[in-house]
Design a protein around this ligand. Sequence first.
Ligand SMILES: Nc1ncnc2c1ncn2[C@@H]1O[C@H](COP(=O)(O)OP(=O)(O)OP(=O)(O)O)[C@@H](O)[C@H]1O
Ligand SMILES: [Mg+2]
Length: 270
Amino acid sequence: MKTKLITFFNIKGGIYKTSMSIITAYELAKDKNKNILLWDLDLQENLTQYVYKVNHEDKTTIDIVDGISAEDVIVKSPNENYPNIDIIPADIGLAMLDEKISLQPAREKVLARWYMKNIDVLEKYDYIICDLSPSYNLTAKNILYLADSIIVPIMDKNISSLRGATLFKELWSRDKYYLEKEDNDIKATVLVGYEKQRTQVSDLFDQYLQKFDDLKSIMIDTFIRRSTFVEKSLLSKLSVSDYLSKNNQTHFSKDEIEKMVLELKEKDVL
Ligand SMILES: Nc1ncnc2c1ncn2[C@@H]1O[C@H](COP(=O)(O)OP(=O)(O)OP(=O)(O)O)[C@@H](O)[C@H]1O
Ligand SMILES: [Mg+2]
């Protein structure tokens, strides 16, 4: 199987993009024959902190733009619980990344050029999961240009996450043409933070969603509910299933994550 480069992306912040990237990586890593690379491109470094450590002196994507090799930027097995996951870490220095990329020729393709140069190392991974800031900037465009699958999380009852998704779709539909990536449509949307409890906003959210058939028609059947177990397991550097079995507990989160990854595989998104 060819390497698949995936990103969970939305212009709206705080809607589980990073968590979805990690959850998916941990679930995929259950298959010990699969190698996964997590690429943190967000200066907030949430993914790096969850999977690796809070403070580090390692290289980041800034050094990639300076021409460092994949071998020198990748940290192997940052989380000893999942040795088949590697990471390209982030730190606050990425605040300069967009500016640095913008000074390069053919600036939307800077990371793609690095990718091609380092293809021997990068194609050893089955999956490369890229975590971006909630911003449609040059860094995002570089990754979207490279992506095989773009997945857009939409948060239940959160109308700005729907607006973020539609705005992103609009901007990407415009840009993918001049980047000659016409076929690279958003592959799936996934409803996150779902709660059974209905509120006034629920109706408004549902009405709004009905209006955006293009987003609704690609929404996967599995949704990810709000659950403190997800947060607790991430903080313990464990997958939800490992966290639960360690604590002799059962919970719906485990099933829905397994179902989500299965469905995304069936739909050829993963
Ligand atoms: N299923 C879940 N249930 C409850 N809380 C969750 C769930 N998944 C993630 N969270 C929590 O929600 C918060 C925001 O998640 P996360 O950092 O993944 O969002 P994000 O979209 O990446 O944010 P940003 O736009 O800032 O990068 C985190 O504290 C995380 O632990
Ligand atoms: Mg994030």
